[in-house]
Design a protein around this ligand. Structure first.
Ligand code: SAM
Length: 308
């Protein structure tokens, strides 16, 4: 624990954001040169400077902890079968672009309420659209071979989340797969200052009907639809910081930027803190995450749409 401060400084000291360079311009050719983009060695010597950076870092984290881009048994269909794939809440589209490059004979669709995805120079087998998943999805019934929802539990209330799952099952072909990824909260081993901020975030979310523990309900939600079988799941737990290896480092960066972002969303005010005071408290939380060996779990659930 003695040299954890210098380790922390090391994590944050990078002078330049690699992902910022890649993602900063939507028309950047590098952004849609997915081969180069996604094969970068992720030496993690970058700082998160924007929401797009944070989402890209989340993408790297998810892919790393689950050791791949998907778990449902769809590989051969993607490779051979001109599969149609949908990513709901696709963010800047990192997963879609990577998948489209790996499986050029399949078609990939990304929808998001915000247009952070690239609009130019996308691979031919990619289509992004600005859509609200709460509204009816503009796709026919039984259309997709694989649909993914990742990290949307802080954006949708419980009913909206369930409705989104039902919509996915409508547009999914019978016998094909839905896959969902969410952080499995609560965070474990929080230090006292971090716990206060976390509780304020939970209260803030609850006021909007957001259930941050949605990950615990994913299987039961899928079962409730009576439209899925063979439901499987996988959970990974990561220690925040260098002790957690590459995943821990990514997680540290994600939590760090997310928590500073929270200050702007009324969390500082709800704690009676000015933004400056909040930042000072967060500075202590950074150290707490290392000292208390804070751990975060993430869960993936997938299931097959029933064939009637
Ligand atoms: C935490 S990000 C996750 C992005 C991406 N799925 C990933 O795993 O990196 C949540 C995404 O959901 C999108 N989103 C939020 N509400 C939405 C809605 N009602 N319909 C579609 N997208 C939505 C946000 O714009 C954001 O890009």
């Amino acid at each position: 624990m003695g040299n954890s401060k210098s380790l922390l400084n090391k994590e944050k000291k990078s002078v330049e954001s690699r992902s910022k360079k890649i993602l900063k311009s939507k028309s950047s050719s590098r952004q849609t040169d997915s081969k180069n983009f996604f094969e970068f060695d992720a030496d993690l010597n970058f700082a998160i400077c924007s929401e797009a950076d944070r989402l890209f870092t989340l993408h790297l984290f998810v892919q790393h902890v689950f050791d791949g881009r998907f778990s449902a048994p769809i590989e051969s269909k993607l490779r051979n079968g001109e599969a149609k794939v949908l990513d709901i809440g696709c963010g800047p589209g990192a997963w879609i672009l990577e998948m489209a490059t790996e499986y050029p004979s399949s078609q990939f669709f990304g929808i998001d309420i915000a247009d952070a995805y690239p609009t130019e120079n996308c691979p031919n087998n990619v289509k992004f659209e600005t859509r609200n998943v709460i509204e009816r999805l503009a796709f026919p019934d039984d259309y997709f071979d694989f649909v993914r929802i990742a990290l949307m539990s802080s954006s949708l209330n419980e009913q909206e989340y369930y409705d989104a799952i039902c919509q996915v099952l409508r547009v999914l072909k019978p016998g094909q797969y839905i896959e969902i990824i969410e952080f499995l909260l609560p965070i474990h081993n929080l230090g006292p200052k971090h716990k206060t901020i976390d509780e304020a975030f939970q209260a803030h979310s609850a006021a909007y009907g957001i259930n941050l523990r949605m990950a615990r309900k994913l299987e039961s939600m899928l079962e409730t639809t009576k439209q899925t079988n063979d439901i499987e799941s996988m959970t990974r737990t990561v220690q925040v910081g260098l002790s957690g290896g590459k995943a821990g480092k990514l997680l540290y960066m994600i939590l760090d930027t997310f928590s500073l972002e929270l200050s702007k969303n009324g969390i500082a005010a709800s704690l009676g803190l000015s933004l400056e005071q909040y930042k000072d408290v967060w500075q202590e939380c950074r150290q707490e995450m290392i000292d208390y060996e804070t751990r975060v779990s993430i869960k993936k659930v997938w299931g097959q749409k029933v064939v009637t």
